[in-house]
Design a protein around this ligand. Structure first.
Ligand code: ZN
Length: 244
């Protein structure tokens, strides 16, 4: 495994901007929704920005791009075609390489139609598709698209380190606990992170236990909520969460 170092910068109301660093103190920045905390962090840690990866077009993920491009004119910026900025469109590519770091591009439509996730073993940058104990709202896609996107991500290795773009863990766990009040994994994990300011990154192994949206193939849950397919259970959970 390469010696990459993961950094997390809290930004805006509840966003995280992730950086992944190589052995030459170069970093790739994922979803800089704002520039100032990134510029400050880079200078404080003496890191050189090599590129930016964008998951989707929402402003809290791309709002810092123009300012970072101004500060660092050589910066490579990649993202899906739905983003209306001077960047390189990766919608038809399966990988993207920045310096010596190559990321697999996983299309994850649902939250937005062009949403992509980036995977470089063991790290997954999944924007607003998968959260700890939850998943993104479906703004542009269908339930089926979002469900399939989550299935794609759940096929990654169990030790995948998941880096979502928001700190929603506690409220997601409250929702899960409301639906399955006797689930001991959810109770235990809630107690474990209750007083943590930052609960991320998480792992796929953990999410398969505590994230109801990744447990829709569970027959007991399907029976409990009177849904006869994983997709129907997913849709039920998502609709419940939207009004929770
Ligand atoms: Zn979004």
């Amino acid at each position: 495994m390469m010696n990459n170092v993961l950094h997390i910068i809290p930004a805006l109301a509840d966003n995280y901007i992730w950086l992944i660093e190589n052995q030459h103190q170069q970093v790739v920045i994922i979803d800089p929704g704002t520039a100032a905390p990134v510029i400050e962090y880079l200078s404080h840690k003496q890191l050189t920005p090599a590129g930016i990866l964008l998951t989707h077009h929402h402003n809290d993920h791309i709002g810092g791009v123009l300012e970072l491009q101004k500060q660092f004119p050589d910066l490579l910026v990649f993202g899906p075609s739905e983003i209306d900025l001077p960047i390189t469109n990766i919608s038809s590519q399966s990988t993207v390489t920045i310096s010596d770091m190559t990321f697999q591009i996983i299309p994850t439509p649902g939250h937005t139609l062009g949403h992509v996730s980036y995977y470089m073993q063991p790290y997954l940058f999944c924007g607003d598709t998968l959260f700890s104990a939850g998943c993104g709202r479906i703004f542009e896609g269908t339930y089926r698209q979002m469900f399939n996107s989550l299935v794609q991500l759940s096929l990654l290795p169990n030790d995948t380190i998941i880096c979502p773009a928001h700190e929603y863990t506690l409220s997601n766990l409250k929702f899960a606990h409301h639906l399955v009040p006797h689930d001991q994994d959810i109770i235990n994990y809630y107690q474990q992170i209750e007083n943590q300011v930052i609960t991320l990154p998480t792992t796929l192994a953990r999410e398969k236990k505590i994230n109801l949206f990744l447990r829709c193939d569970n027959l007991e849950l399907q029976q409990q909520f009177d849904c006869d397919t994983p997709l129907k259970l997913f849709q039920f959970f998502r609709i419940q969460k939207d009004s929770f």
